[in-house]
Design a protein around this ligand. Structure first.
Ligand code: SAM
Length: 267
């Protein structure tokens, strides 16, 4: 869906501006589960689509010995994470390049596994993202994604409003399955219930347990984020983020929005 950008800065914008390391519901537990389902092991070539701050790519390389390429549309993220890889002597195992997930800069059948953590719904054309993930994975290779998923019937007007405030476009479970199938991905397995608990939306930090949505960021991180939002969007931007956060979390507490992990295979 093409969002109009009428509620900027969105929740996604604020999280990205904040600079924290894990940018998806389910946090690191979900990253580990994704690796497990994709059976990551030494020698495999993995593509991490919309790799963000590279936390997951680095984890995959260090834990499973896989070779990871990350691709992201944000120059700031790509530069940051390439620098981090250099500092940690990881450049033979991970590399990050600039690119659009709707038109991936790789030939067909380039990777053994292709993963997208929380970023299929962000670009205008989610179907194009999945088509591209299917195109660049080898035959028999695993494709995995996790994304926000409507779990109660709500009006399209409300869906559009939440998508605008969130900065991504959730779909219903059966709509995600259809999109994956349309992309040519089969043998789809999914995990919805365990990743849809409200705490999954805030317990996202790698090194500490978060017990409330108000505590995702530490005070210094919040201060830095507020300062950056002010600089980019002015004072109105701060009010907008608080408004978005309040309305967004209401849909989580109401049980309208959940989160789902999908894994399939290219046959
Ligand atoms: C919610 S974050 C997820 C980052 C990372 N996968 C994670 O889970 O921590 C979304 C990421 O998608 C990237 N992104 C947004 N639109 C994109 C596009 N069209 N192509 C590639 N990356 C995109 C953003 O720059 C951001 O890094």
């Amino acid at each position: 869906m093409k969002r109009k950008g009428i509620h900027k800065p969105t929740i996604e914008d604020a999280i990205e501006i904040g600079g924290i390391e894990t940018l998806h519901p389910g946090g690191f537990a979900l990253t580990k589960r994704t690796a497990e389902l994709c059976k990551l092991k030494e020698g495999l070539k993995v593509l991490d689509v919309s790799s963000g701050r590279g936390t997951q790519a680095v984890y995959y390389a260090q834990t499973y010995g896989v070779e990871v390429t990350g691709v992201d549309i944000s120059e700031e993220m790509v530069n940051f994470v390439n620098q981090r890889a250099k500092e940690n002597n990881l450049t033979d195992k991970v590399k990050f390049i600039l690119g659009d997930s709707q038109k991936l800069p790789f030939p067909d059948n380039s990777f053994d596994v292709v993963i997208n953590e929380c970023a299929v719904g962000i670009p205008d054309n989610s179907q194009a993202v999945l088509n591209e993930m299917q195109r660049v994975v080898k035959k028999g290779g695993a494709v995995a994604m996790h994304e926000s998923t409507w779990i109660k019937p709500i009006s399209s007007k409300k869906k559009n409003e939440i998508s605008e405030r969130y900065g991504t476009t959730p779909l219903e479970f059966k709509e995600w399955i259809k999109m994956l199938e349309n992309a040519g991905i089969s043998e789809i397995i999914s995990e919805l219930e365990q990743w849809s608990k409200p705490e999954m939306f805030w317990d996202i930090r790698k090194d500490r347990k978060v017990t409330s949505y108000k505590r995702v960021m530490t005070i210094p991180e919040k201060t830095r984020t507020v300062f950056r939002i002010m600089k980019q969007y002015g004072i109105k931007g701060i009010f907008k983020v608080f408004e978005n956060e309040k309305i967004f979390f209401k849909t989580i507490f109401n049980g309208e929005l959940g989160y789902c992990l999908f894994k399939g295979v290219k046959r």
